[in-house]
Design a protein around this ligand. Structure first.
Ligand code: GLC
Length: 729
């Protein structure tokens, strides 16, 4: 097919025709692909285009944000999200939706964290994969973004993420690797920033060597909007489509072809991928008639997913659920003017939004209301809560606080909100917080309230699901996908963000989020995976079986409480000691189970050997040899069952500089060492065994020292045989 295209047509094909379309070459049977933001709804612009949510877009549904629906930990609901938003995309003739975002929530202040799933790569990858599968199942292409290490918004167009190879692999590439290998997105978007000194749009090693060659990615790589510096250099690096249109790229490519700095074969590689992408879009258009979009379905979905995502963080004296017969006071502007979405390219122009108070009224729930604060004016009013059984403070950030393009200045709630809480909480008989923010906020007054519930950015219909949980119609089953720290200075990234922001040093390495706080024993306010319920669950019968090199872990969960509910079970792994530092726990997988009261179900995790892959400091992958510990739990620090399993993985190579201690716990290697060396030394020293009080110092020796302890006892042949045998196992 590419042979039929003229050089001019090929050059035009690899850059957008306007803000949202690829170039059509109708005479050669290539139509234009129409794309639109974003992960939380269709930001379709008919005439004026922009990539920041500046200009109007048509009225579409504003769905709940990634950062709250991820707390559902419900893979099926993420698939359904893709289906529902995909049907709306089809109704607007959108061929590709620019989402999901799977960047890691490395820095709790990152302005776009509301557009991302989690601080953990497995959660981000698995949930992103489900969204992609659901979206593409109805015939709309997904574009997973922003590849890679786009973890701050400040100066994102030239911020250089300095990250070591192992961390890049185990943390930041991992969600994209999971999405590419499990969901096969038709497109992937490269980010604006640099990684280790190279712009992502020109990063051949990441775009071509790793993404396309190692991971065998067959889709297209599209630039973030305006992220291309030189089109010819980006073509050489593996960037297939520049978006949006560009006034200068055509000449840049033409000139590079003429002066030989760009080979036509590199252009052809992009053209080939573009042609198959366009053809795939054309085929999918035939599916459009199979689906119809219904706003009612979108509304029902929003209610369902939010009711499964709301996180009950604290519930002293059963503050939640509120009861109709109680004398209730609702305080807070956000209860009537919801903070329900973030700013930037994910912003949706929608007609209306259902507020928390709207829903209470709709359901004839009696309450009094006080505004309490005005965000835009940063003012607070006096509230007398003393005559109420319960007071629910509905709080949130300002719309302008959480957006693309800049990071948050603070993790605090707005000043007027904190002032209201400081003045009023202590006067309440019983009080609770209902929090509408795109991410972590610090809660200095949390100890003064009985209940805390996190509702995220629920979209225009999500408050229906919030009220379902607040009023007890649905038992909360959300769990945190990001650690809520007590104060900003506790953040893993606190030190690396005090800089001119041109370079961001990922000094914490793999210790991101809970892996840092748990390893450093920094007690957060609420930990990753935390979430309470109105019912109770009991785990039992946990078993582990090894099938080839895979592990099958089965267990039972029973709902022993008084209410139907859902439970997310986590499976964490503790690796055998490796030559690289590692957190005690890493999440391997999670699953969500729906259980009526009294119901019990058997649940299974299947862990494939490759799921245990780690990397050494040079970025070389391997699966550590030794004993693994698997912890089944309902949150990070709880433990329902601890199971063990051996993996005959890759052992570290042994040399004469290897310490005795490094092989002493490896049964097979220890036997070889005893047979070839230790036995002879014991004879030479007329001993039966190594004295207990000498053992530690013996284990601290490198092998060459051990062999030299008795002159002339261990020969060169012995040493040669020893190394051969030790490296054979
Ligand atoms: C923006 C965003 C990206 C969005 C694109 C188009 O700058 O970074 O997420 O899809 O441009 O609006």
């Amino acid at each position: 097919m590419k042979e039929k295209l003229t050089l001019d047509e090929k050059i035009r094909l690899v850059t957008g025709s306007d803000w949202w379309r690829t170039v059509a070459v109708e005479e050669k049977g290539l139509s234009s692909v129409f794309m639109s933001d974003g992960p939380h709804g269709l930001r379709v612009q008919i005439d004026s285009g922009d990539h920041l949510g500046l200009n109007k877009s048509i009225n579409t549904v504003c769905y709940p944000a990634e950062s709250i629906i991820s707390s559902s930990f419900n893979k099926e609901l993420l698939f359904k999200y893709g289906e529902v938003i995909g049907k709306e995309a089809l109704s607007l003739s959108v061929d590709m939706l620019l989402g999901p975002g799977v960047n890691i929530k490395r820095n709790p202040k990152c302005g776009r964290n509301f557009e991302y799933y989690a601080e953990d790569p497995v959660v981000s990858g698995k949930l992103g994969s489900e969204f992609i599968k659901g979206l593409q199942s109805v015939g709309v292409s997904a574009c997973v973004k922003h590849f890679v290490c786009n973890n701050t918004e400040n100066k994102r167009n030239y911020s250089d993420s300095r990250v070591n190879e192992r961390t890049l692999r185990e943390v930041y590439l991992k969600p994209f690797e999971i999405c590419v290998k499990e969901a096969h997105p038709d497109a992937l978007m490269c980010s604006y920033n640099l990684v280790n000194g190279t712009y992502m749009s020109e990063n051949k090693r990441l775009l071509t060597d790793i993404l396309k060659k190692e991971w065998r990615y067959s889709g297209i790589v599209v630039s973030d909007w305006g992220a291309v510096k030189s089109r010819s250099v980006s073509l050489r690096s593996g960037l297939d489509l520049e978006m949006p249109y560009s006034e200068c790229s055509y000449n840049d490519v033409k000139k590079a072809l003429e002066d030989g700095s760009l080979r036509e074969s590199d252009l052809d590689k992009a053209v080939e991928r573009m042609i198959s992408f366009i053809k795939k879009s054309e085929e999918k258009r035939s599916k459009r008639t199979l689906y119809s979009f219904s706003r009612d379905e979108a509304r029902e979905y929003s209610r369902e997913v939010v009711s499964e995502s709301v996180v009950l963080l604290k519930n002293k004296e059963n503050f939640f659920p509120l009861k109709r017969e109680e004398k209730l006071l609702i305080v807070g502007e956000v209860a009537k003017k919801p903070h329900y979405q973030g700013g930037g390219s994910a912003h949706i122009d929608n007609d209306s939004v259902l507020s928390f108070c709207d829903i209470l009224k709709e359901r004839n729930i009696n309450f009094d209301y006080k505004e309490g604060y005005i965000l835009e004016k940063n003012t607070t009013e006096d509230v007398d809560p003393s005559s109420y059984d319960k007071v629910l403070f509905v709080v949130g950030n300002k719309k302008s606080d959480e957006s693309e393009g800049f990071d948050r200045d603070t993790l605090s709630l707005p000043e007027c909100v904190n002032t209201l809480l400081e003045n009023t909480l202590k006067k309440c008989k019983s009080s609770g917080l209902l929090i509408f923010t795109g991410g972590v906020v610090t809660l200095p007054f949390e100890k003064n309230c009985n209940g805390v519930m996190y509702a995220g950015l629920p979209g225009e219909y999500g408050c229906e699901g919030v009220v379902d949980v607040v009023m007890g119609d649905v038992s909360p089953s959300g769990k945190l996908t990001e650690t809520w720290i007590k104060k900003e200075e506790d953040a893993t990234t606190y030190l690396s963000c005090i800089s001119n922001e041109k370079t961001v040093e990922y000094n914490e390495g793999v210790f991101v989020g809970y892996k840092y706080y748990e390893s450093k024993n920094i007690k957060p306010l609420f930990e990753f995976g935390h979430g309470l319920s109105y019912t109770k669950f009991k785990y039992s019968n946990a078993k582990i079986e090894k099938e080839n090199d895979n592990f099958k872990i089965t267990f039972k969960i029973k709902n022993i409480g008084k209410m139907d509910g859902k439970e997310t079970a986590f499976l964490f792994v503790t690796y055998p000691l490796t030559s690289e530092p590692r957190s005690y726990k890493s999440l391997l997988d999670f699953t969500k189970v729906s259980l009526k009261t009294g119901e019990e179900k058997e649940v299974m995790f299947l862990i494939k050997k490759e799921d245990l892959t780690v990397y050494n400091e040079d970025g070389k992958e391997y699966i550590p040899f030794g004993e693994y510990t698997f912890t089944l739990s309902s949150s990070l620090s709880s433990s329902e069952a601890v199971l063990k399993g051996e993996i005959d993985g890759k052992r570290d190579e042994v040399t004469l500089f290897t310490l005795v201690d490094d092989i002493w716990n490896d049964k097979e290697r220890r036997q070889i060492l005893e047979e070839i060396v230790i036995k002879k030394l014991l004879v030479a020293f007329r001993m039966n065994e190594i004295p207990e009080d000498k053992k530690k110092i013996i284990l601290s020796l490198p092998l060459y020292s051990l062999c030299g302890l008795a002159k002339g006892v261990i020969s060169e042949e012995d040493k040669k045989l020893l190394l051969e045998r030790l490296n054979e196992v």
